[in-house]
Design a protein around this ligand. Structure first.
Ligand code: PXP
Length: 239
């Protein structure tokens, strides 16, 4: 199973003070050295953390495949087509949210999502949709022609212990359904070394995208140590 490192919050720290450090590109290079398999960055409409220039640099100056997280808005879609990242993950985005709050409403926004997905696929960019693990949504993803979904793990990761089994069951069923539909199953949001044991009960996972907890651990261990710690936890729970 692969680890994608989301470097957004390295940029958050930089933007808090308007400095030129810490640089998400440095974080990506160190993550690559530590054994990560991909780099993710979310270019938000409000540019609260990652900036356009970061994406140019992450695409060309570090060795790992770049997964660009983004909302389905024309300005950012045009930017993605110009940058040509290895993968785009389409996510819902609300101005006031602290972080992405839920999966895409693929059924409700089918007509708006289809042309974007087609454009990106035709440009040779792999497209993933960030979704909650429900069957109707996953079937709509398949119908839209994407080959990858990223299951939203936030509800499980943020739930209290009594509610976690129910959310985990939903993730397990969703991953099974996605796999049967022929979709690659990625997962992300809220994953830490404390909850990774549960996450790894979910079958068919190809890649985990992890950001906030890794950058938080990097404050104490360095980025290299944080990535190595997560990779060891993944290896341990996979047996
Ligand atoms: N995957 C997606 C689609 C996200 O929106 C985020 C948050 O930016 C993540 C993964 C990473 O979540 P976290 O920062 O909680 O690890």
């Amino acid at each position: 199973m692969k680890l994608g490192v989301n470097v957004d919050h390295v940029a958050t720290l930089r933007q808090m003070r308007g400095t030129i450090y810490p640089d998400p590109l440095d974080a990506a290079i160190i993550a690559a050295r530590a054994g990560a398999h991909g780099i993710t960055a979310h270019l938000r409409e409000d540019r609260r953390h990652i900036q356009d220039e970061d994406i140019y640099r992450l695409k060309s100056l570090q060795p790992l495949p770049l997964n660009l997280e983004m909302a389905n808005v024309p300005e950012i879609v045009d930017f993605a087509l110009e940058i040509n990242p290895n993968e785009v993950c389409l996510v819902p985005e609300k101005r006031q949210e602290l972080t992405t709050e839920g999966g895409l409403d693929v059924v409700g926004q089918y007509e708006q999502l289809c042309p974007t997905v087609d454009q990106l696929l035709q440009a040779g960019i792999e497209v993933s949709l960030f979704v909650d693990p429900d069957t109707v949504t996953l079937e709509a993803c398949r119908q839209m022609g994407v080959s990858v979904v990223e299951l939203h793990t936030g509800s499980y990761c943020d739930a209290d212990v009594n509610e976690q089994p129910g959310w985990l069951e939903k993730l397990i069923m969703g991953a099974q359904t996605a796999h049967e539909l022929g979709l690659q199953v990625n997962a992300g949001h809220g994953i830490t070394t404390d909850n990774i044991g549960g996450i790894l009960c979910v079958p068919h996972l190809a890649m985990l995208n992890i950001g906030h907890s890794l950058v938080s651990r990097a404050v104490f261990l360095g980025m290299q140590g944080a990535v190595e710690e997560m990779l060891s936890a993944m290896a341990e729970y996979q047996g």
